[in-house]
Design a protein around this ligand. Structure first.
Ligand code: HEM
Length: 490
């Protein structure tokens, strides 16, 4: 890891800790010292203090955050509390100790106020701008809007966008795939999620506005979402303009009675349990948050897939051969069923996401104490009003679950090995699990397979850039720098 990125990473950790202090989380975290009578009977997790963390600094600087987290896991096991600057965060690693983290009731464990930074991004009408009951209903709207049954209708528009995009590439050339995927995924999101008004008439402006809001996803904005920094001010201006554009689209559909086949329409048609329909502001906030949840994560997934696949010729060949088999079978054209049969490609993407999960750390706040039991049987009490985190980047690399976890090996998900299943329900956490499992997983895989199927069938691809390092200074860690590839039309 070079100095710039490791320094950025270290700063990121410090900023994160300061952030938690600064946003009053410290006052609550201090209550962890087991003053609750319910938690006196159990032992608290071992504590890793600032001095122990400092000893790991060389590992952090030389080998990066996952190595440091892994060292802590090896030394302290699957449950331990990191204590620094007076703040305590308990890490839960592996399927044995994360069941309650993922499955606990919202009243027992939730995101609490940890996602407050999303309010100025999507507005007060949705998500963490609303009370818990409304938020849970709005999560249902997202789930229903992305149901697998509706996914079939997205395949054709996805195909059209992808074919149109790659038709513009020349006979041969060099491109930065990271940039290409970002643009292509915004086109697909516009078409399938936002709808044709935006896609056909105002794509460029909407894309630029989304980009402006996305750029505010820095640790400083996460730390101080309302501070009038230039980034936050640009974010606010962009959100106001985007809200205006999308509100006009929604109002025009409502007043004309026009009905479209996109996700925006599903959100317009959503109803609360009391029979009230979603308001215009709610529809706009819901569609914006959906695009943010899906676009960046998918473009990172695609970039990591490119990095892994193009540096592993055996799996690249296997994925190409699968394309030949499937296209032969579906002579009339690829459809939902054809993409669902692309198991090798699916595993290649899944393996890239195992090693490079865009959401490297998932966080919750406890509202009631609970007990976790380690594999060896030892139990610990996790107190009420405490921050807990599970690092997907470590969960996905546990050696007793994944054979040679540092090796890119998509075959580990095949029927004979099923490494993600034999370790238990929460062995593979790139899409989270349980109550907040990613509702866009099927949609994400479909759009990624549509993109990669086209690339593999139509182009010879060669990675020119070195395999990218991870930029840990971002809220969603990403491949550092550009990812140049050489392509040649087949
Ligand atoms: C490879 C791509 C993707 C990855 C790796 C990913 C990952 C995740 C993860 C880890 C979470 C849970 C966070 C937590 O537990 O705190 C999540 C939640 C969510 N994702 Fe995805 N996601 C992807 C694509 C998508 C897409 C394409 C959409 C929508 C079109 C989407 C919509 C959502 C929504 C709405 C939630 C919130 C669920 C809830 O809180 O109940 N995601 N995603």
């Amino acid at each position: 890891m070079d100095l710039t990125s490791s320094t950025a990473m270290w700063c990121a950790i410090v900023v994160l800790l300061v952030m938690l202090l600064a946003t009053q989380k410290i006052s609550r975290a201090r209550r962890m010292s087991c003053i609750d009578p319910q938690c006196t009977s159990q032992q608290l997790p071992p504590v890793v203090n600032g001095v122990a963390l400092l000893r790991l600094l060389p590992t952090l600087l030389k080998e990066g955050l996952p190595s440091m987290a892994n060292d802590l896991y090896v030394k302290y096991g699957s449950v331990f509390t990191v204590s620094s600057f007076g703040l305590k965060v308990t890490l839960l690693i592996g399927p044995e100790v994360t069941v309650h983290f993922f499955q606990g009731l919202e009243s027992d464990i939730s995101h609490g106020n940890l996602l407050e930074f999303t309010v100025p991004m999507f507005g007060k009408a949705v998500g963490y701008g609303r009370d818990k009951a409304t938020r849970i209903e709005q999560m249902r709207f997202h789930t229903e809007a992305l149901k697998a049954s509706g996914l079939r209708s997205h395949v054709h528009p996805m195909l059209q966008e992808v074919e149109g995009y790659f038709a513009k590439w020349g006979e041969e050339g060099i491109v930065d795939l990271k940039l290409e995927f970002e643009q292509l995924l915004m086109l697909i999101s516009s078409r399938c999620l936002l709808g044709k008004e935006v896609r056909e008439n105002m794509f460029d402006e909407v894309h630029a506005l989304f980009h402006e809001i996305e750029s505010s996803m820095t640790l400083i904005s996460f730390l101080f979402p309302y501070l009038p920094t230039p980034v936050n001010r640009r974010r606010d201006r962009a959100r106001i303009r985007l809200t205006q554009i999308l509100s006009d689209v929604v109002e025009s559909r409502k007043s004309s009675g026009r009905v479209e086949q996109d996700t925006l329409q599903k959100l317009i048609d959503s109803e609360y349990k009391d029979g009230n329909p979603t308001t215009v502001a709610e529809v706009v906030g819901l569609i914006m948050s959906l695009i943010f949840a899906g676009k960046r994560t998918s473009s990172l997934a695609s970039t990591w897939t490119a990095s892994c696949l193009l540096s592993h010729p055996v799996f690249l060949r296997a994925a190409i051969e699968e394309q030949q088999r499937v296209t032969k079978k579906y002579k009339g054209g690829l459809d939902y069923n054809a993409f669902s049969e692309m198991d090798t490609l699916h595993s290649c993407i899944k393996e890239a996401l195992r090693m490079h999960p865009p959401a490297a750390m998932l966080v919750r706040r406890t509202h009631k104490p609970f007990t976790v039991e380690k594999k060896q049987g030892k139990q610990y009490e996790i107190p009420q009003d405490h921050i807990v985190a599970t690092p997907t980047i470590v969960n996905n690399n546990i050696p007793y679950i994944y054979r040679d976890p540092h090796v890119y090996d998509p075959y580990r998900f095949g029927l004979e090995r099923r490494e993600d299943k034999v370790g238990g329900k929460f062995s593979y956490t790139s899409f989270s699990g349980g109550r907040h499992i990613c509702v866009g997983e099927a949609y994400a895989y479909m759009q990624l397979k549509v993109i990669w199927s086209r690339l593999l069938r139509n182009f010879e691809l060669e990675l020119i850039s070195p395999f990218p390092k991870t930029d840990w200074s971002k809220i969603l860690p990403e491949p550092q720098g550009k990812l140049f590839i050489r392509y040649k039309r087949k």
